[in-house]
Design a protein around this ligand. Structure first.
Ligand SMILES: [Fe+2]
Length: 583
């Protein structure tokens, strides 16, 4: 009979569930959007009623005690804090503050909706889990724990890192009380150095959401990525930069919105806003200027953290840690030499952070030191499901090729074929890291258009990422540093750009994944075969989904993409699948 710690991320967007056992081993971690195939799974429970029996049966079959840990303090729901501190929503739904000059009734309702959804998510957290545990294991003892939101981000960053000693920064949109938190991590303990307090304090996360809106994209749909891609096409607009400076300032480890003329300055941004009938390129200077401003402010915060801690190791989390463009510059712009960003630095990762904190709280000094965490923690697609498909399908050619699957797939890639590549357990976090990936030959620029036209149907200005064998990283990238979770954007050496045109962005950069044999031997082996055939030790790697949908979860999800797109080959574990028309 065992003890288990089940973490739930319950912040309305990006719910997730993670399971740790009594030995501190991470058994499972997955964002809810994958099972539901519903991007970001807004307003959905992380403990899905129909999924839980399988998860608990697979990972907690002998539960004696289960601790259900959430990533938000229950005492002060955000909704109540917002109402009280800003007076945004009175009983009649009208605004009380100066915001009413700027916030329309519709925006007021949107804010009300978001806060009410979050309140709902926090207050009903774990209800489904308790029901299924009671049904499956009636004698199991159930406990509850709730943790400070930014502490769960920090736990995810530090316990998943290779460090025993590090400074930790959480740069987020908001928590129970503010947007920033800084910690010292040593001997598996997190000591809080500073937390920003009050909603009047500034937020770089909110700034980036505003920037996303200005560029004509939707932060609700998670389109901050598009701002980063677009920024490479723009140049500095000094007037816009100076307005940004009047909206957010950094002071030590704090970020502030200056009170004087704040709303007047906010209103000045309106004329920089791209409308939907304007071309995306119209917002390129805005994207560039905003990205530069974000990087400047984040650098100021991290430089101060470096001065306070005198550390060379940095663990970084919070929604802003998804800014791979900035992440690639941290070691040049600050005193931090090693920078770890977990595979899931945003709120989905908090599920695992909460489970880890519950485990540490329960076992105290007996906690096992964390091992380097694999990002492959989600669901797998079984061989049995492919065998069933083989039996019933009438339109696909399915070959079982365990001896030569890597070699044969590499040959197809070298011939310009587009390959859906599914192996083992899915990645925890937003990036496809070689287990739920669409892969292609990176050598030719035309491949970008080919993928966009046949599979991804996405905007042409967005770059594709390379996955490179770790030992070749320095040959291809300036200021090379490991980027195991596609967490950093680096500059491709000028001499190499022509040889990998499909993954070279307009400004010569790429958001790379460094692939290590010990972490993913099958993916490493595939790239190695491609290297032997072409002399290029990297592949174009994009997520196995279509625009607007999450990464595929089941074999059926993968087949829908495969059959409904121009993908040439689908590889699932050792099975090589082609369409009949290719025969
Ligand atoms: Fe967060």
């Amino acid at each position: 009979m065992g003890n288990y710690y089940i973490g739930l991320s319950v912040t309305y967007h990006d719910p997730a569930l993670a399971i740790i056992n009594g030995h501190g081993e991470v058994l499972f971690a997955e964002a809810t959007e994958r099972f539901l195939q519903n991007k970001r799974a807004l307003n959905c429970e992380p403990d899905q009623l129909f999924y839980l029996p399988q998860l608990l049966g697979d990972y907690c079959p002998d539960a004696k005690t289960v601790t259900i840990a959430t990533n938000w303090r229950k005492q002060r729901p955000l909704y109540e804090n917002m109402v009280e501190r800003l007076g945004i929503l009175s009983a009649s739904g009208l605004l009380k503050t100066g915001l009413k000059k700027l916030v329309s009734p519709l925006e007021n309702y949107q804010l009300h909706h978001k806060m009410a959804c979050q309140h709902n998510a926090i207050t009903k957290a774990g209800l489904n889990l308790v029901r299924v545990l009671r049904e499956q294991q009636p004698r199991c003892h159930i406990r509850f724990a709730d943790f400070d939101h930014h502490l769960t981000h920090a736990a995810m960053a530090c316990y998943s890192s290779p460090f025993s000693d590090a400074a930790c920064a959480v740069i987020d949109s908001y928590g129970e009380n503010g947007s920033l938190a800084f910690y010292r991590y040593r001997n598996q303990q997190l000591h809080c150095l500073h937390k920003s307090k009050g909603f009047a304090s500034g937020s770089l996360g909110f700034f980036y959401m505003k920037l996303t809106e200005l560029c004509g994209f939707s932060w609700l749909k998670g389109e901050e990525w598009k701002v980063m891609g677009l920024a490479s096409y723009g140049k500095l607009n000094p007037e816009l930069y100076s307005i940004f400076e009047q909206l957010v300032t950094v002071n030590g480890l704090d970020c502030q919105h200056p009170k004087q003329d704040f709303f007047a300055n906010l209103a000045k941004l309106e004329r920089f806003k791209r409308s939907q009938d304007q071309a995306i390129e119209w917002a390129a200077d805005c994207a560039y200027t905003g990205q530069l401003f974000f990087a400047d402010k984040a650098s100021q915060l991290l430089n101060h953290l470096g001065a306070v801690t005198q550390m060379e190791n940095l663990a970084l989390a919070g929604g802003c840690a998804l800014n791979s463009s900035f992440n690639g510059h941290i070691s040049q712009r600050t005193a931090f030499k090693q920078v770890h960003i977990p595979s899931a630095p945003a709120d989905d990762g908090c599920a695992l952070g909460a489970a880890w904190l519950a485990y540490h709280q329960a076992v105290g000094d007996d906690a096992k030191p964390p091992r380097r965490l694999s990002p492959y923690l989600g669901a797998a697609i079984s061989d049995a499901s492919v065998e069933r498909l083989k039996h019933y399908n009438r339109s696909l050619t399915i070959e079982h090729l365990p001896e030569i699957i890597g070699e044969k797939t590499a040959q197809q890639l070298a011939q310009g074929k587009l390959v859906g590549w599914i192996q083992g357990r899915a990645e925890f976090g937003p990036r496809a890291l070689g287990n739920r990936s669409i892969l292609a030959d990176p050598r030719f620029a035309a491949t970008q258009d080919h993928i966009n036209a046949n599979i991804k149907f996405r905007e042409s200005f967005r770059p594709f990422a390379p996955s490179v064998l770790q030992e070749h990283g320095d040959d291809y990238f300036e200021h090379y540093q490991a980027s195991p979770y596609m967490d950093k954007t680096l500059t491709i050496r000028e001499s190499k750009r022509d040889s990998i045109q499909a993954v070279c962005h307009i400004d010569g950069t790429a958001r790379l994944q460094t692939v290590e044999y010990a972490v993913n031997p099958r993916f490493y082996g595939l790239i190695q075969h491609f290297y032997q055939l072409t002399g290029i030790p990297l592949l174009l790697n994009t997520s196995f989904n279509v625009m607007g949908k999450p990464l595929v979860h089941s074999l059926d999800d993968a087949l829908v993409v495969f059959m409904g797109s121009g993908l040439d080959v689908l590889v699932v574990n050792d099975y090589f699948i082609t369409k009949a028309r290719d025969e």
